[in-house]
Design a protein around this ligand. Structure first.
Ligand SMILES: Nc1ncnc2c1ncn2[C@@H]1O[C@H](COP(=O)(O)OP(=O)(O)OP(=O)(O)O)[C@@H](O)[C@H]1O
Ligand SMILES: C[C@@](O)(CCO)CC(=O)[O-]
Ligand SMILES: [Mg+2]
Length: 418
């Protein structure tokens, strides 16, 4: 069968934990939301039996003959992480930071194309606005985008992948993708990346979509201070073992914050929501600091934003990593800009974005232009360059589009999904 489909783009958002990190480990409620920082996967057809994965953000460009990749029925593997020992007999997967991404790609292909025609392949190129490994769910956005792309290719999604059934399918496969890398993820990251919006989460319960009508404006500050989620969770465990009634009280207080915040979403008064959320942010951070998971860099973010009328808290595991700052609607943009400048001067990376936007999106018609034309336009605008348009050494039909996609700044690529 010849490939007759046109290139398309799939995108999925990262996540931010608004309330409840650490407490969620002890069965308390957490609230997370989708970030309008997204991963974008460009999917282009090939007319040979090759699949190619291009990941410019982490310097990976690999291709495999479709016939060397295993055929796996998902029930044949007890756990998706077993893919590692299974495929390394058949193919060589480079050792290094991109290894898990490649293994996830191979796992999804092996399962989703188990009984499909493999005589023609495709290229998937993924770019992301999300910092990798900073606690903002970059892996989930990546896994949701990959899963949706391959489900689309195998004809398992409706047109734009937006029905409830589509979302459930994408979420299930993305969860398996997260399992390849992490073993026992909770599933909240891929749920947020799939469904978008705000999600209430508690271990052992179905996560609830909070149906909020409004997005929140936020600053996300990556302090770039390296942290180990595992070590931080362990340090809280030690503290709890030493002082369990006290620490349990703190966990209960965090649970009350998450519950209150979850109830506020979808409420009628946006102004009141903001005031209340600011309080919740300050109190939740204070409690997390008491647990010993703040860091001087995170306190610096709180100082800088606090003097300009904004409340901040750590988000994720803490000990460095990222902070979340709520930008109240009425705050003059000069204040936000000044805070952003000061944060950058500290060496932090700052993103102004919003929380609560859409989940996975499949774009078949990009601004009613072909992807190639779009990328050409975007390149002209952003980089004054034209894509080469010729086949590269891997024989890719759309190498011009692919190379454009790899060199465009990600914020230009984000226009693809608007
Ligand atoms: N832009 C990208 N290109 C390729 N692979 C990516 C990209 N973004 C994420 N990944 C994959 O996700 C992995 C990072 O996931 P990890 O779960 O460690 O961090 P995170 O998802 O950013 O943070 P957290 O899970 O704490 O929210 C990378 O090693 C890679 O396998
Ligand atoms: C600290 C923690 O609550 C969130 C890390 O993003 C750990 C977890 O829930 O697995
Ligand atoms: Mg992750």
């Amino acid at each position: 069968m010849r490939n007759s489909w046109s290139p398309f783009v799939v995108s999925a958002p990262g996540k931010v934990i608004l309330f409840g990190e650490h407490a969620v480990v002890y069965g308390k409620t957490a609230v997370a939301g989708s970030l309008n920082l997204r991963a974008y996967a460009l999917v282009t057809p090939r007319d040979d039996a090759t699949v190619r994965l291009v990941l410019p953000d982490i310097d990976i460009d690999v291709h495999f003959s479709t016939h060397t990749l295993p055929q796996i029925r998902k029930e044949d593997l007890e756990h998706p992480a077993e893919i590692e020992s299974l495929v390394t007999e058949a193919i060589t997967v480079p050792v290094g930071p991109g290894r898990t991404a490649i293994l996830t790609f191979v796992y999804l292909y092996a399962c989703l194309f188990c009984s499909e025609d493999r005589t023609s392949g495709f290229t998937i190129t993924v770019r992301s606005l999300l910092p990798v490994g900073a606690g903002l769910g970059s892996s989930a956005a990546f896994n949701v985008a990959l899963s949706a792309a391959m489900l689309k290719l195998t004809g398992q999604l409706s047109d734009e992948g937006s029905s409830a059934g589509d979302k459930q399918l994408i979420n299930d496969w993305a969860f398996r993708g997260e399992q390849v890398a992490h073993g026992t993820p909770s599933g909240i990251d891929n749920a947020v990346a799939t469904y978008g919006g705000f999600v209430r989460y508690r271990k052992g319960e179905e996560q609830t979509d909070l149906q909020s009508t409004q997005a929140l404006r936020v600053l996300i500050t990556n302090t770039k201070v390296p942290k180990s989620t595992k070590a931080l969770v362990a340090s809280v465990r030690v503290l709890r073992d030493r002082h369990s009634p006290i620490i349990d009280g703190i966990m209960d207080a965090i649970h009350s914050i998450s519950t209150k915040a979850a109830n506020l979403f979808g409420g009628p008064d946006a102004g009141d929501l903001e005031v209340q959320l600011q309080d919740m942010i300050r109190i939740n951070h204070g409690l997390l600091a008491t647990l010993g998971v703040s860091h001087p860099a995170l306190e610096r973010v709180r100082d800088i934003t606090g003097t300009r009328g904004m409340a901040s808290k750590l988000t994720g595991a803490g000990g460095g990593g990222c902070a979340l700052t709520l930008i109240p609607n009425g705050l003059p943009s000069a204040e936000v800009d000044a805070a952003g400048k000061e944060l950058a001067e500290e060496g932090f990376q700052c993103y102004e974005t919003n929380v609560g936007g859409p989940g996975v999106l499949v774009r078949l018609e990009v601004k009613a232009l072909s992807v190639e034309l779009f990328v050409r336009n975007a390149l002209d605008r952003h980089m004054s360059l034209a894509p080469s348009g010729h086949r590269d050494e891997t024989g890719d039909q759309y190498s011009g589009v692919i190379s454009a996609f790899t060199i465009l700044p990600p914020d230009a690529i984000s226009e693809l999904s608007q």
